[in-house]
Design a protein around this ligand. Structure first.
Ligand SMILES: Cc1cc2nc3c(=O)[nH]c(=O)nc-3n(C[C@H](O)[C@H](O)[C@H](O)COP(=O)(O)OP(=O)(O)OC[C@H]3O[C@@H](n4cnc5c(N)ncnc54)[C@H](O)[C@@H]3O)c2cc1C
Length: 282
C-alpha cells in the first residue's frame, strides 16, 4: 500500500483509490467516481490531465503492486512493475481525469471509460462497482495554449471526449473554440458547459473525422490546436492541418490515444522500440 512516506503531492506518486459510484453516461461510456484518503493531496494539472490506472487482476482486490522506494523514485518503481511476471502484473491503462470535486473531507474524481472490446480497461469498466479498487499515478496534463493563440481547435474521437469536455469547461469567458468530436452513434453525443464561445460538431454515421475537419473553418487567425484519438487518424489530421491549412507545427498538441489492432502495452512497446529511429513525419 502507499505510505505517508511515499505519498507526496506529485503526479508521480502512486495512489490507491476506491470506486464510490459508477454510471453509464451514454450507452458506450461508463463514468467511474473514485475517492479515498490517497486523493487528499492530489495535484492539479492541465484540463486534459490523464491518469495511469492500474487494475487488480481479481475484481474487488487491491492491485498488487511493488512498494514505491523510500526515496519516491517512481521511474525505478515503474521498471520493477514492468519486470513483474505477465501473469501477476496488474494491467495499466491511460484515462483522462474528467472532473474533480474538492470537499472539506477530500477529493473525488470522475473518469469516463469508453467500452470498446475486451481489453483490461474496457473489461474492468463494464462491471465496475462501488467498492472496487484501483491504483493510479497522475494527473499529467498536456494542454497549453500560449498568449499568441487567439482561439482553440479541439479534434478527437470518443476517447478524447472526456479531455475535450474538461478543456471546454475550463475555457476563460469569451474564448473562441471549435470542437470536432467523432463518436460511434448519435446516442454518444453529450453536452458541455462553458464560458467560452464554442461550436461543437459531432461526427457519426457519415463522413470521417478528417473529412469534417477539412470542411471546418479554423476558429481564429492563430488557433491552438489539440488533437487526440486513434494514432493513425491523429497523424492524418496533423498532416492536413500543417500542409493544407498552414497551421504551424508548434501550435499543435497531438497525442495518439490508442492504436488500431494494438493493446496499449503493445503500442507503447513499439513506440519505445521506434523512438530515436524516426523523426518528424508530417
Ligand atoms: C492521454 C490519454 C488519455 C486517454 N483518455 C481516455 C479516456 O478518458 N477515456 C477512454 O475511454 N480512453 C482514453 N484513452 C484511450 C485508452 O487508454 C485506450 O483506448 C486503451 O487502449 C483502452 O484500454 P483497453 O484495455 O480497453 O484496450 P487495450 O487492451 O489497450 O486494446 C485492446 C484492443 O482494443 C482496441 N482499442 C483500444 N481503444 C479503442 C477504442 N477506443 N475503440 C476501438 N478499439 C479500441 C486496440 O486497438 C486493441 O486492438 C486515453 C489515452 C491516452 C494516451
Amino acid at each position: 500500500m502507499t505510505t505517508e512516506a511515499t505519498r507526496t503531492s506529485t503526479p508521480y506518486a502512486l495512489r490507491h483509490a476506491e470506486v464510490l459510484d459508477t454510471r453509464r453516461i451514454t450507452p458506450g461510456t461508463v463514468r467511474v467516481t473514485l475517492g479515498g484518503p490517497d486523493l487528499v493531496d492530489l495535484p492539479h494539472a492541465a484540463p486534459d490531465g490523464y491518469l495511469k490506472l492500474f487494475f487488480p487482476r481479481l475484481r474487488g482486490e487491491v492491485p498488487t503492486l511493488p512498494e514505491v522506494p523510500a526515496d519516491g523514485d517512481i521511474g525505478r518503481w515503474y521498471r520493477t512493475y514492468l519486470a513483474m511476471p505477465d501473469a501477476e502484473r496488474p494491467p495499466m491503462r491511460t484515462y483522462t481525469l474528467r472532473r474533480r470535486r474538492d470537499h472539506p473531507g477530500g477529493v473525488e474524481i470522475d473518469v469516463d471509460l469508453v467500452l470498446h472490446g475486451d481489453g483490461p480497461g474496457s473489461t474492468w469498466a463494464r462491471d465496475a462497482a462501488a467498492g472496487d479498487r484501483v491504483a493510479f499515478t497522475g494527473p499529467y496534463g498536456l494542454y497549453g495554449p500560449r498568449a499568441e493563440h487567439d482561439s482553440v481547435l479541439l479534434v478527437g474521437d470518443e476517447t478524447a471526449v472526456p479531455a475535450m469536455g474538461a478543456i471546454v469547461e475550463s475555457l476563460p469567458t469569451g474564448t473562441r473554440a471549435e470542437v470536432v468530436a467523432a463518436v460511434s452513434s448519435g446516442a454518444e453525443v453529450t453536452s458541455f458547459t462553458t464560458a467560452g464561445e464554442v461550436g461543437v460538431s459531432w461526427v457519426h454515421g457519415g463522413p470521417t473525422l478528417l473529412e469534417v475537419v477539412t470542411q471546418t473553418d479554423l476558429p481564429g487567425e492563430r488557433p491552438y490546436v489539440w488533437l487526440a484519438g486513434e494514432a493513425g487518424t491523429v497523424r492524418e489530421l496533423r498532416r492536413h492541418l500543417v500542409r493544407e491549412r498552414g497551421v504551424d507545427r508548434k501550435d499543435i498538441q497531438f497525442c495518439g490515444y490508442w492504436r488500431r489492432g494494438k493493446s496499449e502495452d503493445q503500442a507503447a512497446a513499439e513506440a519505445m522500440a521506434a523512438s530515436g529511429a524516426t523523426g518528424e513525419d508530417d
